[in-house]
Design a protein. Structure first.
Length: 454
């Protein structure tokens, strides 16, 4: 009897042990099946992202999956078919989150650029320029106020002349001369004699910043690429390395003045260069006018000329106001010469001194005339056109420069490389897919797979 009980007990233990081992084997088998299916999906996802747009990488150092597969029409089904082709078949795959280069003001594009620049140059590459960014911001603020301040002084002089019932003589009068120059196209005054303005144009209605863009879904965690001053400088440096500008020669893209387009967003090279020139004129004007105000010699010249003009007009009482407007005209004329120098490829200092000032009062009266031969001179301690563009790119909003840069990339890949299908808002940066697979005996397994260009 006791032996039978022992036998029964051992039989039960054996059954439990076999069941336990069987359960372990089944669990291991299911887990192995899960791992295989997850590995299939990972391999398929990596294979899909390995089909990045080659010209985009070679020309602009940006990784992206061209989501239309050269059809010009984006569809998630295209991605699903490629996943199946690369081994993610026999499972249900759904794109849960997806990010395009243009999403959130070109955030993915910006992140890749910062990552690329950090690995190429390191974090210390632009720290010497970081200290200048506060000065750039101050100059931008002052430039914004300069037009109204100038107009106020001009109106003050006009009011005094109106009250006195007279006007200043036209001959040898820099105020009258600059008034006439202001009616002429700005590019006519600043372009060096050996340079022609490009007449290339693009259709803004079809441009990336204007048209309705393809948009992703879901959000991805922030990366280390922040929107601080150093990152903004790095982004600007990338743009300066990869796009052309007006002082370059031999451009062959959709536009010749690509950086000017990124700064201004106009539809033609002429309009973009003029918009950038106006910004630089104002910035140079602020610096030049400040120098004139602090130069006793230059102020004395302006006051002497103002007194002479007012005496001839029998209006000596308005000479002080006239002297201020002459200084304004002189600063504006110097700014025109500065732009000529920059577009010629030479350098202009951020702040002027007696030694670096270029335009005399007599030269101001010749500005824009047939006898005008002053194209500026090269100052070894100054900044070239590229440096001034770096300043404008830093001061412009990142969302604008990012989308315009991508638009320029899109235009160039179409024109230069014949990629008519290419659309920047169909270029994929990150994907998260949700997959469901049936294993066996009614068991299903759901999991997510993420991949992105970082």
């Amino acid at each position: 009897m006791k032996r039978a009980e022992v036998t029964a007990f051992l039989s039960l233990i054996f059954i439990l042990l076999v069941t336990f081992i069987g359960g372990l084997m089944e669990s291991a088998s299911i887990q192995m099946a899960k791992n295989y299916r997850r590995a299939d999906m990972n391999r398929a996802m990596e294979s899909v992202f390995a089909e990045y747009q080659r010209e985009l990488l070679e020309e602009y150092d940006i990784f992206s999956l061209e989501g239309t597969y050269e059809s010009g029409r984006y569809s998630e089904d295209l991605i699903g078919k490629r996943l199946e082709y690369f081994g993610a078949d026999n499972m249900e795959n759904r794109i849960q989150r997806i990010q395009f280069l243009t999403d959130d003001g070109a955030k993915a594009f910006y992140e890749q650029v910062i990552y690329y620049m950090e690995h190429k140059y390191g974090l210390d590459h632009l720290k010497d320029k970081l200290s200048m960014t506060d000065t750039w911001k101050v100059q931008e603020e002052k430039a914004g106020d300069s037009e109204s301040e100038s107009r106020k002084k001009e109106d003050e002089l006009a009011g005094l002349l109106g009250e006195a019932g007279g006007e200043l003589p036209q001959q040898d009068n820099p105020i009258a001369h600059m008034s006439q120059l202001n009616k002429r196209p700005l590019l006519e005054l600043i372009m060096p004699k050996d340079k022609q303005v490009s007449e290339k144009k693009i259709d803004l209605n079809e441009s990336l910043p204007v048209r309705n863009k393809n948009k992703g879904k879901g959000s991805f965690p922030e990366t280390s690429a922040d929107s601080g001053a150093l990152s903004s400088l790095m982004f600007g440096e990338y743009l300066l390395e990869h796009f052309s500008m007006a002082s370059d020669d031999g451009q062959h893209g959709a536009l010749d003045y690509e950086l000017e387009y990124i700064c201004a967003g106009k539809g033609s090279d002429r309009e973009n260069l003029e918009a950038v020139a106006k910004k630089l004129i104002l910035m140079r004007f602020v610096s030049n006018y400040l120098f004139l105000q602090n130069s006793a010699a230059k102020r004395a010249e302006a006051e002497t000329l103002a007194l002479t003009l007012c005496t001839l007009a029998a209006l000596p009482a308005v000479s002080e106001a006239a002297a201020q407007v002459i200084l304004l005209a002189w600063a504006f004329g110097e700014s025109i010469v500065d732009l000529r120098a920059l577009l010629s490829g030479t350098r202009v200092p951020l702040t002027k001194s007696e030694d670096t000032w270029q335009l005399s009062l007599s030269g101001l009266l010749k500005l824009g005339e047939s006898t005008d031969v002053n194209d500026g001179r090269d100052d070894k301690g100054g900044l070239d056109y590229k440096e001034y563009l770096r300043m404008l790119l830093f001061l412009e909003k990142r969302e604008r420069t990012g989308l315009r840069a991508l638009d320029m990339i899109e235009q160039n890949l179409k024109k230069v490389h014949g990629a008519e299908f290419f659309k920047a808002d169909c270029c994929i940066s990150k994907i998260e897919a949700a997959s469901t697979v049936r294993l066996r005996r009614g068991i299903t397994y759901s999991f997510k797979t993420y991949y992105g260009y970082n």
